[in-house]
Design a protein around this ligand. Sequence first.
Ligand code: R5P
Length: 293
Amino acid sequence: MPDDDKIKEAKQFHTDTPQETEGFFLKGSNSLDWGMKNRLARIFNPETGRTVMLAIDHGYFQGPTLGLERVDINILPIVPYADTLMLTRGILRTVIPPSTSKSIVLRVSGGTSILKELSNEEIAVDIEDSIRLNACAMAVQVFIGGEYEKESIINMTRMVDIGTRYGIPTLAVTAVGKDMARDARYFRLATRICAELGAHYIKSYYIEEGFETVASSCPVPIVMAGGKKIPEFDALAMAYRAVQEGAAGVDMGRNIFQSEAPVAMIQAVKAVVHQNETPEKGFELYNTLKNEG
Ligand code: R5P
């Protein structure tokens, strides 16, 4: 107990200065609770409102993908340049040093493999483990138009409900089946459904025509998925167009870790995403860093 005699009289009340209430920098996130906002602010840079997420969770359904055979050797050197790591709890616990200051987006849906129907996922991680692992968000795959559309949507809404109890945001990952049209109409539908049902931010593929309508009709931030490996310049151009057309950053995997020079590539992606560098400038940076070894 403090000693009553030594407590000084409080007097600096600044009665003529109203307390400021800060608005939150992320689209659609102002009504969230403090913990949610704080976690989102560890994923998205508050200065730019954008993020470069490094996605390395592919092994959860396709095993040791090219570039991810040895996460300790291939990925750890790239980690310092990412804003956020998107990965499974298995790789997090076994390979990523707990001393990392990077925010973690934990893959929490799963249960299928490339040998069977991919949309038949369930929630594969308890909320307690996400809390234990200090996750800043939980990622759930949503298969709009897929065979198990309803189940995957309900996986997401369950995580939104459970995560809300503990202040952990949910990232809805829109997954497109092989035979489905990847166009603006589809992504407007998929992203809007996820947002309406409570996802805090959404991962969507980039499309050449109408991406800006996908971003503008979605009331929460969208991050652009990288997709299959394409030439470095093309990947930088895609990231550039996505952020210029309204994305709040990227969630990129293969176009970084399958690049000829992954450390150079992630820095070029960051320049395009956070500094609005053109694809030409980004590619120049990529080549310079690549040549420096
Ligand atoms: C796929 O479902 C995984 O969630 C990946 O995180 C996602 O595909 C992003 O990686 P990439 O840029 O390689 O497509």
